[in-house]
Design a protein around this ligand. Structure first.
Ligand SMILES: Cc1cc2nc3c(=O)[nH]c(=O)nc-3n(C[C@H](O)[C@H](O)[C@H](O)COP(=O)(O)OP(=O)(O)OC[C@H]3O[C@@H](n4cnc5c(N)ncnc54)[C@H](O)[C@@H]3O)c2cc1C
Length: 503
């Protein structure tokens, strides 16, 4: 029966899809999706789930924030790349809309889930193996970074990935990926040496710097427009022990804290083993603002000049000290809010003290004036320093789609994060997030501090990502998308996420 169904799908596809008119964006009807769910269920009964089943609910709620829960018509959890090929055939045949979810940490409704379509949950594509020479680790898209770090720890190795362990492997890599090691080695995706990808045609290919090299380049930051990645081969690095922890400082330390951030922003690659994630945290229920910084050093000696401007601040709390990457992330994962409503927005500036002042003062003032009364509100800005060496590493490793302008580096890539508890406040917070971002951008531009690049993984709904990639790379990404997915399966049948074709 399964064979018959797939053959029929193939024939129908051949009849309707060749030579292949481009798919136009269309609203989904329930009938094509119902047929596709039924076809999946016939072919892959054990991997297809309907509303009401335990697996459907757990896959639909396999997201960091409830704002991402949707109402998919069915859920498909493939166990192999070949099941994905067959599913793509079914989706195309029935013209059924679908979404793909890895770790579920992109906090944007509809970007990795779908109302009325098919949710493809990659949970069971969870391989993790070390190469025989230990130079790379092969990881399936169902994995989270904490699992990668745990797996590598006994070997004294690490791979570049999330600074928070619960984040999913695939989304982070397809958007670039800022790691504690990025100051030394570039984006996490600059350190991928192979992607196994299921293309729109159903073909499973391995993209490397020498085979499908254009696709390989595109996947290092081009998002989900090109295929479904079923395996990432990641370079490993020796880093058996590190220094890491979080310092928390009172609001009275504003000047010294911002000065430490500005200094690291400007001179952070003097010692590329150091990394920081400095943030302002506004905790409305406690009516307080605190400053925090995750501090990191790739080495065993924790007393480092590169971090002294932070370690010398009077701290309310400080956990910085010797540890391992796996231990550090498992400790901080417990502190990351899960289950609250969340939204991100991204802005970027050149690494200058006056940019920090503008963002800090405007953000605090606008949050206090407009949304401070919202139940459970936490509002933060993380000032992520991006050094020249970070950008140079990507260039050295063959370049990436982001094409960040190294001549204007260093930068701050800042992520605003709002979390709250009551769905009734969704509209207010979403509107505020967009508004404060446009005010911040206008002020940074007026001060000559605005930077062009917007980091996809920290962005909010509809922010312009590919339009701000450098070196004319959007046109190149669009051409690669057309080559590998001429009908736009991953653009129109899979509408969630940033799409190069419509940027
Ligand atoms: C608490 C927290 C901490 C974070 N920390 C960091 C950090 O340290 N560094 C950093 O760079 N970013 C960080 N991020 C941002 C994070 O990288 C992005 O949200 C990323 O998209 C999450 O990946 P995921 O697999 O969990 O996402 P998902 O929500 O599952 O997917 C994100 C996008 O990727 C697509 N996608 C997923 N898997 C595949 C696949 N196999 N093939 C094709 N497309 C796919 C989805 O369709 C979706 O559009 C953090 C986010 C959170 C919420």
């Amino acid at each position: 029966m399964k064979v018959f169904l797939l053959l029929s799908a193939l024939l129908v596809r051949a009849a309707i899809a060749l030579p292949g008119p481009a798919i136009t964006k269309r609203s989904n009807t329930s009938l094509p999706v119902a047929f596709a769910c039924e076809a999946l269920s016939l072919a892959f009964k054990a991997e297809t789930f309907y509303p009401g089943s335990v697996n459907y609910t757990s896959e639909n709620e396999h997201f960091w924030t409830p704002t991402d829960y949707s109402a998919p018509a069915c859920v498909f959890t493939p166990k192999t790349q070949f099941q994905i090929s067959a599913a793509l055939l079914i989706f195309e045949t029935f013209q059924a809309n679908f979404a793909v979810r890895g770790g579920g940490h992109m906090p944007i409704p509809g970007y990795a889930n779908i109302d009325g379509g098919i949710l493809v949950g990659l949970t069971d594509l969870n391989q993790i193996t070390l190469s025989s020479d230990k130079s790379y680790v092969s990881v399936g898209p169902g994995r989270r970074w904490e699992e990668v770090y745990d797996f590598l720890e006994p070997y004294g190795l690490v791979a570049l990935g999330g600074r928070v362990g619960i984040v999913g492997v695939p989304g982070l890599l397809l958007g670039g990926g800022i790691s504690f090691y990025s100051n030394q080695y570039g984006f996490a995706s600059d350190n991928v040496i192979a992607f196994e990808v299921v293309l729109a045609s159903g073909l499973v290919v391995e993209a490397t710097s020498t085979s499908y090299a254009d696709l390989f380049w595109a996947l290092k930051g081009g998002g989900n427009s090109f295929g479904i990645v079923t395996r990432f081969d990641l370079l490993t690095y020796t880093s058996p022990t590190i220094c890491a922890g979080i310092g928390e400082y009172p609001s009275t330390e504003k000047t010294a804290f911002l000065s430490a951030v500005a200094n690291f922003g400007q001179y952070g690659d003097a010692d590329a083993k150091a990394a920081v994630i400095p943030s302002i945290f506004m905790l409305a229920s406690l009516n307080t603002t605190v400053y925090t910084s995750a501090l990191f050093y790739d080495g065993t000696e924790c007393n480092q000049p590169a971090l002294v401007n932070f370690t010398s601040l009077p701290a309310i709390a400080n956990s910085y000290g010797p540890t391992t990457l796996a231990t550090y992330v498992s400790g901080t994962d417990a502190l990351i809010a899960d289950g609250t409503r969340q939204v991100f927005q991204v802005i970027s500036s050149i690494a200058d003290a006056s940019a920090l002042e503008i963002v800090h003062d405007t953000f605090v003032e606008m949050v206090t004036a407009n949304i401070y009364g919202v139940a459970g509100l936490q509002a933060s800005v993380a000032f992520q320093p991006v050094t020249k060496n970070f950008i140079q590493q990507g260039i050295n490793k063959g370049g990436n789609p982001q094409g960040v302008d190294i001549t204007k580096a260093p930068y701050f890539w800042m992520v605003e994060n709002f979390s709250w508890t009551d769905p009734a406040d969704d509209a207010l917070i979403n509107a505020f997030a967009v508004n404060v971002t446009s005010v911040l951008e206008a002020k940074l531009t007026a001060a000559g501090q605005q930077a062009q690049f917007k980091y996809m993984n920290d962005a909010g709904y509809g922010q312009e990502i590919f339009q701000n990639y450098g070196a004319g790379n959007l046109a190149k990404l669009q051409a690669i998308r057309t080559k590998y997915d001429p009908q736009g399966i991953f653009t129109y049948l899979m509408p969630g996420g940033w799409k190069v074709a419509t940027a």
